[in-house]
Design a binder for this molecule. Structure first.
Ligand SMILES: Nc1ncnc2c1ncn2[C@@H]1O[C@H](COP(=O)(O)OP(=O)(O)OP(=O)(O)O)[C@@H](O)[C@H]1O
Ligand SMILES: [Mg+2]
Length: 388
């Protein structure tokens, strides 16, 4: 049996004893150890690792460190913790970690966990998946002007520019989409040209119809004429999303406030649905109605992320009242910020035009949170792959 290449980062009680035992274990090739994740970067990148053990003294999930590690390696990560870790265990269920082990442990238990994690990693590679099946993030609100396009364009730009993710923005507001305008892009081709073009859609063909934004984001804009929207059918959207998943890490879909056919096809494939709420009664009423519709469509509630836009507006309604009215928890808050309309009118996303403004900071925090959730879904798919 080939020995499994393992690297250890971080520290916790009992780690020294475990490291010693693992270094003597015949199944493992212990590549090294670094307490500091940043210092481990070269080894994580170039080490051909099959598993990383990350030791933590934290009682919660070390999300920042995990994100740093993910910039350098796709190897499965097993967390080692000491002390009280019930919150960590809970959060790990929804994150990109293969396993959590509380020390002290028998070395054989840890070796089994490493072998299991490495096995799943190998299997995903053999399937060509690398855990890289693109993540579909759909931005929805049942009310016009709630901030769907502002959110979709800024989050997508942030993924592409700041997180260096291969990102595609699809404008599914098929009649009046304005994602391209907000990004200051004059597209030569739109989603309409793509769907009416002859021949089967594949990744190469898709690449010929997207427009590259200076941030690195690819855009598939809405049709230029509203009457062309009806040719963008459910079947076409289904195929488009399947192909896009092969080429991109993240596909952000901007939408209109309706549940039309292409939107239903998108919902079927959505990994995370951002539902935008506002601090006003009509929006709340419509959000509530659409939650009912989503329920009738059997859309899983655990895929919904509630975002409160213009959260700081002084309009006689509070976040807690929104939560109470909808019976849900708000996941992310985005403030009202003058930088947004300024950026919209310049055709430059605020996340680029004004990186330090409150809005951009909130979008950064939100995209980071969404990425972690996305990695969590991948982890679940890995578990599923193992179970098959
Ligand atoms: N957080 C914010 N701060 C300030 N202005 C905002 C914010 N969010 C949105 N806006 C403003 O509201 C306007 C409407 O936003 P946007 O176009 O994103 O809404 P939408 O939900 O996509 O609307 P539609 O349903 O018509 O497509 C934007 O032009 C923008 O200037
Ligand atoms: Mg819009």
């Amino acid at each position: 049996m080939n020995r499994i290449r393992v690297y250890i980062t971080g520290s916790c009680d009992g780690l020294d004893t475990l490291r010693q035992a693992l270094s003597e274990h015949p199944d493992l090739d212990m590549v090294g150890w670094s307490e500091n994740v940043l210092e481990a970067a070269p080894a994580l990148t170039g080490g051909h690792l099959q598993c990383v053990l990350h030791a933590t003294r934290s009682s919660t999930l070390p999300a920042d460190e995990l994100a740093q590690m993910r910039e350098h390696t796709q190897a499965p990560i097993v967390i080692l913790a000491s002390g009280e870790a019930s919150a960590l265990l809970e959060q790990a269920l929804d994150s990109d970690v293969a396993d959590v082990l509380l020390l002290p442990q028998l070395a054989d238990n840890v070796v089994f966990s490493i072998r299991k994690a490495a096995h799943v990693g190998r299997r995903l590679q053999a399937e060509g998946g690398h855990g890289r099946r693109g993540h579909i993030l759909t931005v929805f609100s049942p009310k016009g002007g709630t901030g769907k396009t502002v959110t979709a364009t800024n989050v997508a730009t942030s993924f592409a520019k700041n997180d260096k993710k291969r990102t595609l923005l699809i404008d599914l507001d098929l009649q009046f989409g304005d994602a391209a305008i907000m990004l200051g892009v004059e597209p030569e081709k739109t989603i309409y040209d793509l769907v009416v073009a002859p021949g089967e859609l594949d990744t190469e063909k898709l690449a010929g119809y997207t427009t590259r934004h200076s941030s690195g984001l690819d855009i598939l804009p809405a049709p230029l004429r509203p009457e062309d929207a009806e040719l963008v059918t459910e079947v076409k959207i289904t195929r488009l999303l399947e192909v896009a998943r092969e080429s991109y890490d993240i596909i952000v879909v901007d939408t209109s406030p309706f549940f039309h056919g292409p939107m239903l096809a998108t919902l079927d494939r959505t990994d995370e649905l951002i539902v935008l709420c506002g601090l006003d009664v009509p929006t709340l009423k419509n959000v509530k109605l659409s939650l009912h519709t989503l329920d009738l469509l059997s859309f899983p509630g655990n895929k919904i992320r509630y975002v409160l836009n213009r959260a700081n507006s002084k309009v006689g309604m509070k976040k807690s009242e929104v939560e109470q009215a909808l019976g849900v928890k708000i996941h992310f808050e985005v403030p009202s910020d003058r930088a947004v309309p300024l950026a919209v009118n310049r055709g430059v996303p605020a996340i680029i035009a004004d990186t330090g403004c409150d809005f951009s900071r909130a979008v950064r925090a939100m995209s980071k949170g969404l990425l972690l959730q996305g990695d969590g879904q991948k982890a679940k798919r890995r578990m599923f792959a193992l179970a098959r």
